[in-house]
Design a protein around this ligand. Sequence first.
Ligand code: ZN
Length: 408
Amino acid sequence: MVSAARIMERCAALARHSEQPGGLTRVFLSPENRAANELVLGWMRDAGMRAAVDAIGNVVGRYESEHAGAPCLMLGSHLDTVRDAGRYDGMLGVISAIECVHALHGQRRRLPFALEVVGFGDEEGVRFGTTMLGSRAIAGALDPASLEARDGNGLTVKEALRQFGLDPSRVRDVARRKGDVAAYAELHIEQGPVLEAEGVPVGVVTAINGFSRLRATLTGQAGHAGTVPMGLRRDALAAAAECVLALERIAKSDAELVGTVGRIEAKPGAINVIPGEVQFTIDIRAPRDELRQRAVTEVATRIAQIARARNVGCTLETLQELGVAKCAPWLMRQFERAIAAEGIRVRRLPSGAGHDGMAMKTLTDIAMLFVRCKGGISHNPAESITEADAGVGANTLLRFIEDFELPA
Ligand SMILES: [Zn+2]
């Protein structure tokens, strides 16, 4: 039996490890990260697993199969958070998976395959600006250049690993061999309003949407807000405003497309000065790569036109791009079977947010189970789920594990 109450208590316990009191911020390789890892290691061992922190800072627990050394079904999610986060995004998946192993261990039950639970150290990418370091390392898809990324204090990932007591030269040993991991399955809160609107507690993810992240820089001419007539200005911020609205229009042109400017900075940034330089970020996502790529091209063309018409310079850099990660049909069917067996109507849905599965996909087939959250809210302290839904999620995951079969 899984205990929904214990899952909720553990989410609350992890949420207490935060860099700011009264909220939740826990970034990769921070003292709070270390404390959270210690808690999770204890829970894993208590659930009958052998557990340790690997060289990139993931917490990894293994529950051996009835045949030692058998391939594993890997379960997990992330333990890092965004700034001012909720307590379920990531952590719920790790804690629910441990709870499932705990239930099996309680019955002294071993399966024909091993179970591994991973609490990834970095998924959100808050500290170093580069996402999914933990899962990319396990998947063998971590570019060594990522370890040179720097945090806000100029510290590289390598240096931070050393300070954390880890050996960066051993990061490549974290990579698993294909065949050792039969599949990767992640339980995660939905972070959207679909399941709530449909009145179902869980849903099967069909694919994780791809994303493109860019940075635009517009260069105009700074000048006195009182003396330069409107007709003679090269206002970089007014041009950026037009670009933001153009992006919104393009994103609205297709129901499957979303586009966001999440950060904008105007220089020199004074009330009486015409902005001379503006930088803003662009985030575009879609469930189809060609749709996203077309939108990126259209946005780039439109920004260039706006800049030309306003006589401002413009450059566009791509920061990160990841294609759609499709969930494996054979794993989706097994999740659907588990949901139906729990007496719940099966609802399929895509994931608009990125997840570790995008990295794990290079190693093995992936699947995800979404749990309903209140109001579709995440990345926010108001993020909330009910204890009943936590229980349904973990029970569905347990049934999936118990009935798990490799494809013939
Ligand atoms: Zn997450």
